[in-house]
Write a protein of this length. Structure first.
Length: 279
């Protein structure tokens, strides 16, 4: 059985899956990965991005922080890719319980996912440090210099976790709970090099660990299925699931590639084949 077939079987057999994702999920939407060979960390700036994206740099050189932040961190035209969309489908089907992401771009929500734990928060949330008023990413992008509150004139700070800042405790606790209770943990698009976020996977006690990444990771030896390649391409080969309601039933359509698909209706916890559709 090939890797995709094994992945498909794991997904088909489980209804308690958690996905843990990193920058590689978003690079296929055109968002640069800091740590990739072609990423921001290998470009020329007066300061390295790790320094610019730190709390102390934000406090000392706020205007320079925002020049970099607007230019490199606000990729507001990016759209969800095949991986984002497939994860949203799996959540709608009741198979995926949560997404734990290190990304700050909001693309999982844009694809339709509801339970998204953003370890490093989001560029789409910004707040006035004086009065607490909230602003979206567009307000920051369209501002100049240091963005200020239109209500009180206070300085606005992105609600993203910078270097030297701690992760949100409630988000961490929720991530630990979902991961520790999952039957299947799929890790995708991450080198597992960013701590403390990467340490969360040590809480997994489930049956199947799947790793999907373009390159090898330190966790490959522990994985039941390590898959190397484009996460969007790999997820696009997984059977699609779509849920909708009709006449009090929840209907689930399983779209299979290369063979017949089966449309089933779910009612009172029972599955029954309602229609077989030729492939």
């Amino acid at each position: 059985m090939g890797e995709i077939e094994q992945l498909q079987k794991i997904i088909t057999d489980s209804d308690n899956i958690v996905f843990f994702g990193g920058a590689g999920v978003s690079t296929e939407s055109g968002i640069p990965d800091f740590r990739s060979v072609d990423g921001l960390y290998h470009q020329k700036y007066d300061y390295p991005p790790e320094t610019i994206l730190s709390h102390s740099f934000y406090m000392r050189k706020t205007e320079e922080f925002y020049r970099f932040y607007r230019d490199k961190m606000l990729c507001l035209t990016a759209k969800p890719n095949a991986a984002h969309k497939k994860l949203a489908e799996l959540e709608q089907a009741g198979k995926l319980k949560a997404i734990v992401t290190q990304n700050i771009d909001g693309l999982h929500q844009a694809a339709g996912s509801k339970v998204v734990l953003e370890l490093h928060a989001s560029v789409h949330r910004n707040y006035c440090r004086h009065c607490g008023k909230l602003f979206d990413a567009g307000y920051i992008l369209n501002s100049t210099g240091i963005p200020t509150c239109d209500a009180c004139g206070g300085q606005i700070k992105p609600d993203v976790v910078l270097y030297e800042e701690g992760l949100d405790q409630k988000t961490l606790e929720d991530a630990v709970r979902y991961i520790s209770e999952a039957d299947v943990l799929i890790i995708g698009g991450t080198s597992l090099a960013v701590y403390p976020a990467a340490g969360l996977i040590d809480y997994y006690r489930g049956n199947k660990l799947v790793l999907v990444n373009k390159s090898a990771t330190p966790m490959d030896a522990r994985a039941d299925i390590p898959v190397q390649g484009s996460i969007g391409e790999i997820f696009s080969k997984v059977e699609g699931w779509e849920i909708w309601k009709n006449d009090g039933f929840v209907k689930l359509e399983v779209v299979c590639v290369g063979r017949s698909s089966i449309r089933v209706a779910v009612a009172s916890g029972r599955f029954c084949v309602s229609e077989r559709i030729s492939g």
